[in-house]
Design a protein around this ligand. Structure first.
Ligand code: 2U9
Length: 397
């Protein structure tokens, strides 16, 4: 701090002195005085004397001092302020160049008067005059270059990056828990040989209901009625339409999972949300039975929740599966069964609608909520926390 202030003072003093000395060289009296001595320019002593008077333009030390002290100024803003003070100096040098070397400057005038000298003096005076002009011109050019270098050095000093300073910390962020869980589920089934299929979130009534054996006026529509876009399109209440679309375009065997966002006209509370995520599975092939379904779900439960979990199936009803089951799981030693979702053998009517032969192939499917699985695994007690984007929640995972 002290040395920095000291340096600033030295620089400012030097700059002021230099400026004053330079302005002296512009004084009309010194200009006419030099011109008057022109007659005696053949005398080397006179020349030396004039060079001495012009010394401020030939002294390289001022800039060396300024440079040294500028470097000692730690603060870039202070350096920038000092740099501004170099401008009047640079202007003074330019004014000197015009007054001395310009078209109407004193050297031009002296050259004009050269013709009036006696011939024997003319040659020597002309030679010395030329030499002096060159000397002034060189000195000014050197100072000009030094000034430029000084500004550049200061700019570089200002822009210097201190690599030892601590960096600006930007937290990187990470995938949302839901995305992490979805990707993990995808990975488990990809390893088992399933493909991941996706489809539109705005779906027709046909793909949402009819194709799934839920005719108009069927009471089950009530549960899945969601947000209608027009008379026959709605935000999908499940990802089942994706399975229908895949089956329409593929011959069996079909082995897919369909994860994605779904919508239901539910009032939200700790376990219901109008926007949620699902992963549905579909396997259609010759000779599949409920035993295969049970194996696949059990394998998944062990992979995702851990070997210390057991699962059970119990009877249920869905229009698109027959038989239909509920899936529960619990940790070994616990008495409480937790519901994971529903499943079943794909109803033959659904297979027939997509052009499959229900006498030849059978299939099974399940539907699990992704939020529900994440809540069970991480002990999250409110489904709304997935959507509120509270960093205190998000950053825990
Ligand atoms: C096709 C045929 C059958 C998918 C199934 C369920 C049972 C089920 C819910 C569980 C929790 C949805 O996320 S949830 O609210 N799902 O109970 N889903 S069987 O069955 C299909 C799907 C597609 C072609």
């Amino acid at each position: 701090m002290n040395s920095s202030n000291g340096s600033l003072k030295v620089v400012e003093q030097t700059l002021n002195q230099t400026q004053e000395q330079l302005f002296l060289l512009l004084d009309p009296s010194i200009l006419t005085n030099i011109q008057k001595q022109f007659q005696t320019f053949s005398d080397p002593k006179v020349l030396e004397d004039i060079k001495k008077q012009l010394r401020p333009i030939a002294d390289p030390h001022i800039f060396a001092d300024i440079k040294k002290n500028l470097r000692a100024l730690g603060d870039a803003t202070t350096r920038a302020d000092v740099l501004k003070q170099l401008r009047p100096i640079s202007e003074a040098f330019e004014a000197i160049r015009v007054e001395y070397l310009g078209r109407k400057g004193i050297f031009a005038q002296m050259f004009k008067e050269l013709g009036q000298l006696a011939p024997d003096k003319r040659a020597k005076t002309g030679q010395n005059l030329n030499a002096l002009k060159k000397w002034v011109s060189n000195a000014l050019e050197e100072r000009h270059n030094e000034l430029k270098a000084l500004s550049e050095a200061s700019i570089i000093a200002e822009e210097k990056v201190d690599l030892t300073l601590p960096g600006v910390y930007h937290s990187l962020g990470h995938l949302h828990l839901l995305t992490q869980v979805q990707q993990e589920i995808e990975s488990i089934f990809l390893h088992m040989g399933f493909d991941v299929a996706t489809g539109p979130e705005i779906e027709s009534e046909y793909y949402n209901f009819e194709a799934l054996n839920i005719p108009e006026d069927h009471p089950a529509r009530e549960e899945w009625d969601s947000f209608y876009i027009d008379d026959s399109h709605l935000l999908r209440p499940h990802t089942s339409p994706v399975q229908i679309r895949v089956m329409e375009q593929t011959d069996p065997p079909v082995r897919i999972i369909c994860p994605g966002r779904c919508y239901r006209r539910d009032t939200q509370d700790a376990t219901h949300s109008p926007v949620f995520h699902q992963v549905e599975l579909l396997w259609v092939e010759e000779g599949l039975s409920l035993a295969n379904l049970k194996y696949v779900i059990e394998y998944f439960v062990h992979e995702f929740f851990g070997a210390e979990y057991e699962m059970r199936l119990s009877g249920d009803f869905f229009p698109f599966t027959e038989p239909s089951v509920q899936v529960h799981m619990r940790s070994l030693g616990s008495s409480d069964w937790l519901e994971l979702g529903g499943a079943g053998m794909v109803d033959p009517a659904v297979l027939a609608k997509v052009g499959y032969d229900p006498e030849k192939v059978t299939g099974f499917a399940f539907g699990f909520g992704i939020e529900r699985m994440a809540m069970l695994r991480y002990g999250i007690d409110d489904i709304r926390t997935f959507l509120t984007n509270d960093l205190r929640f998000i950053e825990q995972f």
